[in-house]
Every structure is written in C-alpha cells, then in structure tokens.
Design a binder for this molecule. Structure first.
Ligand code: BES
Ligand code: ZN
Length: 634
C-alpha cells in the first residue's frame, strides 16, 4: 500500500497536466471541473433570478431561484445541478410563452465535499426548446456551509442579528441550486426581503440611498461565476470613500472604517491605469463582524472585509489592494477550475504588490514581499511534493484546502520572475492585453501558458523558454533562478533581534516606534529559538506585543508564545483567540499550542469555549487540526 502511494506521488509530480503526454497517459482533463456535478457540456445557465426571504428565526433563506438555461445538446433531457443541504419544494420549466410546466426531479448520491446532485428531468413540452427557464422553489438549511447567521451578541452593535454568505470555493450550492463551477458565467437579479429595520447588500448594484424598508432589489449586469454570488443582511450603513468607492459597516465601525480605508478610491484610480478599465461600476467594501473567515473576499462591486484590518494606522490595507485587484484577476479573467487557483490568487498577489508600490512606496512593499516569501519557504518544507506545483493535477479533495501559500506566493513570484526577465514595461503591456483578451472568460493554466508563450516567451530577445515556465507550473519547489525578495528594513530588524538576544543592545534601543508592523513581525520571527522566560518577559513588557492593536503582530507573537510555551502570556493569547475569527489569525496559534508537546488539552478547552463564535468553515478546520493531533499523539 505504502509503495503504491509513493508511486502515485512520483507520477503526479512528473506527469503534471501541463505536458501533452500526461493527458494521453491517463484520463485527467485539466479543462474539466471535478468539483461540480453539473453537466455543463449539455446545458449552460446564462442568468439567475433570485427571490428570497431572509428568516433569522429559522436561520433560512426561502423562495425561488430561476435559472435561464441554454441547451447545448438537443438530445439531453436531464439537467444536473449542484446543491448542498437544500430543501427543494418544486421545479417548473418556463418556455417562451411563459407557461409553467412541472418537472420531475430527484437527488443523486451525496458526496462529503461536493454535496448532492439535483437531477431535473425536462418535461416533454420542453423537448425541442434550446432556451428555457427552470424555476426551483427551495429553502436553505441552518447548516448551510455558505451562510453564517450571527445572533446580536456576535455583532459590533449587539442589538441586531446579521447574516452573510461566503460562496468561494464551492459553497454557493448551499444557498442556491445551480451549476456551481467557475466555468459558467451568469448575470443575476435578486429580490431580497428582510426584517424592515435591516439592510441587504449583494455582489451587485447596491444603491447607497435605497430606502430601508426590508425589500431590496438587485441587478448584476456583468456575467460572473457562481462563487462570486454574495449577500449580507444586518444593521449596516454606508459612508462614501470617494466618487465611486464607499464602505458599508455597522454604525459602530463606520468611522474607523472610513479612516482605515480612505485610500480605496485612489487605489481604484491607479489600478485602472495599470491593469485596464474597471468594468464593474462602483467599488464598495463591506466590513463584517470578526467571524468573517477570511481577510477579504472579492465579491464583485462589494468586497467583504474582516474587521481585523482596523488597526488604526492603515497598515493592513494591502488586503484591500488585493481584493480590488481581483476585479481584474479572478472576477474579469477567472480560473477555469479550482486547480487553476494560482491564476486568481497568484496573479492577484502580484497585482496587489504593484498597486501598493504606486499608492505607498517600494520599501513597504518589499517588506511584504519578503514576509510572503518567508511564509512560502516554510510551506515548502511541509506541503507534499505533488501539491507544490502551481497547477498540480487535482481531481479529488476539498478546493477550500487548495489555496495555500503555493498559489499565492509562488504564483506571485512566478509573475515577478517574468517581470524581471522581460522588463516592467513589456510585462505591463502583456498584462493589460491579457485582461482585455480574456475579459469575462474563464481560462485554464494551459490556456494561460499558450498565451504567455505566443505573446512573450517567443520574442527574439526572450531569455525564458516554455520549459522554464512549465517548471514553475508543474514542478515542486522553486526553480534555481527564482527571484529572492529582499528588504533593508527587515534585514535591520533581523540584525537587531540577534543583537538583543546576544545581550549586545538593550530593549530600549530597539526602535519599534519607527518600524512598520511588517518589520515588527519579522523581528519576532527572527528571534533565536533559545530564549528563556525572563527574556520573553523583557520583550513583551518592553515592546508591548501581547497588547498590540495590530492583528498580524498579534498572530506572529502568539504563535511564538505557544511554540515557546511562554505561559505568562497565555491569558492574552486566549483573548486573541476570542477576539478574532479570521482563520489566518487563529488557526496557526491553535496548531502551535497543539503541537508544543504539552498544551493540546489546553488548546481544546480554549477552542471549546469560543468555537461557537467562529464561522462554521473556520471551526471545522480548527477542529480537524485538534482532532488529528489527538490521533497522532496517541
Ligand atoms: N478569494 C480569497 C479568499 C478565499 C480563498 C476564499 C479561497 C475561499 C477560498 C481572497 O481574495 C483572499 O485571497 N483573501 C486573503 C487576503 C490576502 C492574501 C491579502 C485572506 O483572506 O487572507
Ligand atoms: Zn485573493
């Protein structure tokens, strides 16, 4: 068994889907979405109309979804849709004459990751139709993996409930029955009914002046993949950030949000100069409660944002640059399947860094480049070889787990490598044309590679071959000539960490007040392994790490606190775990506790008291870590 496993890994690494050979050797098809049941070669959806009631008491959305469909295969009579935990009450087919005919439907076999296929059989009346509408009456389950229903006490104001969706990667199917694959793009309209004092917002045309009457209409005229469908409802208010940009948040967070994200309009203006026209109308932010599981989510026209960015000094706004940049890489040109995630995330991380350079300065961005490079190097030590390629073969597993540092940081580094090789001007022209060429399309890594080859690699002066690019895309680790980001300020911080640990300088000589949070993060990560408890106390008291307002500094410090078993800071570590719900900020702290050889039970008891406040996806991923540790240590 073990040998067989090892062999599979070797084959997977060396026969990556990029090579023609691989496609012949086995049946892996890089253009196929293995994470959807939908029969998109026979039917495609072009538009969606939602009509939903938001019921906070029952924790469910109820109503109908109407799919505007085209039949590509004239003989096909069964439409397979993706669902998860949906209760379907009826299906009707509407033809051009608007007459509704009931359709038979049944569920297929469920799958832990992909959910349950819904198979709708077209009635005879629709036999010859190439276009029709399919209307499904349904309601969601309180356990919908896409929706979090927050009681008032988990919001900033504490008086009103709040709900929000998170559809990426394959959770849209748990609040709408549809073809849940990025290969299909749809426009949509929605009618959302809420309790009258609450506001609904969507990844669509939000009108800041809409009357707050509990009935909200939306239109999304640009075709989007299903993972960008998004809705949120709560005691949410709007404040402008510029002509085209604004922010929605609970009133308690609105002023802080306006201050923190004041540069958003400028980011948008600069992004258009660099990447091409912004195709989506307005760009607003929605600041959610702490349980929002990510730093940000690029829902079109309305990025969803974690409140942990509210550091008070605008130091964490690279996340905003990132989500905004997705308006090009991801939302405009979309990865064909989750296996091509680097096309979304790696490209966006690169654009983010370019945007941050224009808005702020290169030194600051170099710091961020070094930090993400360090995270990548750490990851490369633990990620299995067959998952280290940018575009590995992936036909099983949970797409939520694919989006690691490889997609983000190795992807960013690949594009940085190309920029260095061809020069910034030529590479910028390439990117500009790339977005224009593939606007509102989904593409595979193979398509990207062909385009790159035709438009850049084959230039006479090119020093990069197709094989070089394939090495990045298909092989583990980093090529020998991969760029190595550097930062003088981070080097200085690292040197001071060593000097202080060796007793050469006093804690008061560390110029932390002049440092960026990134430099502080690097300082903490550079501390030598052998520090005693007294030294850690001197550090914490002298530099105030445990009381930091900056979530990234807190994350970095409390990982060290847990690894080093610095128990005097455990109370504040627990406060950190209660304060934040973003997976990145808390999961590695739990992991460090669980793996320090002593504190697995403590990690479990801290988790037990606070897990109810986490998003179900975050909760499940931490539970997996803590359970796996238990098994491993028995
Ligand atoms: N699209 C992602 C969030 C995501 C990834 C959701 C995978 C579901 C599955 C978003 O754009 C993102 O990358 N967020 C990062 C921000 C960061 C890298 C600047 C995050 O949440 O940490
Ligand atoms: Zn992203």
């Amino acid at each position: 068994m073990r040998e067989k496993l090892a062999l599979t890994v070797v084959v997977a690494v060396f026969l990556c889907a990029c090579s023609e050979k691989a496609r012949q050797v086995d049946a892996y098809d890089p253009a196929r979405d293995y994470f959807s049941f939908a029969n998109t070669e026979q039917f495609v959806t072009t538009r969606l109309a939602l009509d939903l009631l938001v019921d906070f008491e029952a924790r469910e959305l109820r109503g109908s979804a109407t799919l505007f469909m085209q039949r590509l295969d004239p003989d096909a009579m069964d439409i397979v849709l993706d669902t998860r935990d949906l209760d379907i009450a009826g299906a009707h087919v509407l033809l051009a004459d608007d007459v509704a005919t009931a359709a038979d439907y049944r569920f297929g076999d469920s799958d832990n990751i992909r959910g349950t296929p819904l198979i709708v059989h077209l009635p005879e009346a629709a036999a010859g139709a190439t276009e029709f509408r399919l209307q499904l009456q349904y309601k969601t389950s309180p356990e919908s993996t896409a929706l979090q229903w927050l009681p008032p006490e988990l919001t900033a104001g504490g008086k009103h409930p709040l709900m929000f969706s998170q559809s990426q990667a394959i959770h849209a199917r748990s609040w709408v029955p549809l073809q849940d694959t990025p290969a299909v793009r749809i426009t949509y309209e929605a009618e959302i009914r809420t309790p009258p004092d609450l506001l609904a917002v969507m990844s669509a045309n939000n009108d800041p002046l809409t009357p707050r009457d509990g009935e909200y209409q939306f239109e999304m005229p640009q075709p989007i993949p299903s993972y960008l469908l998004a809705v949120a409802v709560g005691n949410i208010f709007f404040a402008p950030l510029g002509e085209q940009a604004g922010v929605y948040a609970e009133p308690e967070l609105l002023d802080a949000s306006v201050f923190e994200f004041a540069d958003t309009q400028e980011m948008l203006d600069q992004a258009e100069i660099l990447f091409g026209p912004y195709e989506w109308g307005r760009y607003d932010l929605l600041v959610l409660p702490p349980s929002f599981p990510y730093g940000g989510m690029e829902n079109p026209r309305l990025s969803f944002i974690t409140p942990s960015l509210l550091a008070g000094d605008r130091s964490l706004v690279s996340v905003i640059a990132h989500e905004l940049a997705h308006s090009w890489s991801g939302n405009l040109v979309t990865n064909a399947t989750w296996r091509d995630g680097w096309l979304n995330e790696g490209m966006t991380s690169y654009l983010e860094s370019r945007l941050m350079e224009v808005i702020y300065d290169k030194a600051r961005v170099d710091e961020e480049r070094v930090l993400s490079y360090q995270e990548l190097l750490l990851d490369l030590e633990t990620v299995p070889l067959n998952m280290q390629a940018l575009a590995p073969r992936l036909d099983v597993g949970d797409p939520d787990d694919f989006q690691g540092t490889i997609h983000y940081s190795k992807g960013q580094l690949f594009l940085q490598f190309l920029e260095n090789a061809f020069g910034r001007d030529a590479f910028d022209r390439f990117l500009f044309t790339y977005f224009d060429t593939f606007a509102f399309q989904t593409i595979t890594t193979e398509r990207f590679l062909d385009y790159l080859d035709e438009n850049l690699l084959q230039e006479d002066s090119s020093t990069v071959s197709r094989a070089d690019a394939e090495e990045w895309l298909c092989q583990p680790g980093l090529p020998d000539d991969a760029p190595v980001p550097t930062s003088q300020t981070l080097d200085d911080a690292k040197a001071l960490a060593a000097a202080w640990a060796e007793g050469k300088i006093d804690i008061t000589e560390i110029p932390i007040a002049n440092w960026s949070p990134q430099a502080t993060v690097h300082f903490i990560n550079s501390l030598p392994a052998e520090l005693d408890s007294d030294q850690l106390t001197t550090l914490d008291e002298g530099l105030g790490f445990s009381d930091t307002r900056n979530a990234e500094i807190g994350r970095t410090w409390f990982i060290q606190v847990a690894k080093r078993r610095y128990t005097p800071a455990y109370e504040k570590l627990e406060r950190h775990l209660n304060r934040f719900g973003r997976g990145r900020l808390i999961a590695p702290v739990y992991t460090a506790l669980a793996q320090n050889g002593t504190d697995l039970e403590l990690a479990r008891s801290m988790f037990a008291t606070t897990r109810g406040a986490y998003h179900p996806l975050t909760e499940a991923s931490i539970a997996r870590v803590l359970d796996a540790e238990g098994i491993g240590s028995k």
